[in-house]
Design a protein around this ligand. Structure first.
Ligand code: SME
Length: 165
């Protein structure tokens, strides 16, 4: 039976990421099915970090389509340049939103979501998808999340998107 890593109480966010990212990498490195791997990434991040919503949107026929996730029901398709996800896709950059109500065009999947981080999955300089994480607290994400999740997303792309069309 798989057991989620125990993050000691009082651990910093950086310590928590440094504990779980190697375990996520180990968990997905031998998995050849992309959805199986992304599902476990979402479950590990969500289960260990206390996020409100954690999941992936992948580029498919010119839009982002909902893929593996943990949390409440979410919108299933997002257009290029729309919302935080579509903007991160278009800009090929991670976006930290301290207050979703202040992000023009933010797509609200739940009224409980207060802040958000979206990190693109980049392959050969193009985004093949995004990792989207929401919190029910304002200003939950900062440069530590951005740095740690950019590193994780590079690893995910290497493992899961070698042959992405
Ligand atoms: N808030 C996102 C939409 C996806 S949900 O948060 C899961 C956005 O503005 O792109």
């Amino acid at each position: 039976m798989f057991k989620l890593p125990d993050i000691p109480q009082g651990a910093t966010k950086e310590q928590a990421y440094k504990e779980i990212i190697p375990q996520i990498t180990a968990l997905i490195s031998s998995e050849t099915d992309r959805t199986a791997a992304l599902g476990n990434v979402a479950a590990m991040l969500h289960g260990c970090m206390g996020f409100f919503w954690t999941g992936f949107y992948l580029v498919k026929n010119g839009e982002l389509v909902l893929n593996a996730f943990q949390g409440p029901v979410a919108c299933s398709r997002i257009k290029y340049g729309r919302g935080v996800c579509g903007t991160a896709w278009a800009q090929r950059q991670a976006i930290v939103v301290e207050d979703v109500d202040k992000f023009p065009g933010h797509i609200a999947c739940s009224s409980l979501s207060r802040s958000e981080i979206v990190v693109p999955l980049l392959r050969n300089g193009e985004a093949v998808g995004v990792l989207d994480i929401d919190s029910d607290r304002l200003s939950a994400f900062d440069d530590t999340d951005k740095e740690m999740l950019l590193g994780l997303c590079r690893t995910i792309t290497e493992i899961c998107f070698q042959n992405y069309e």
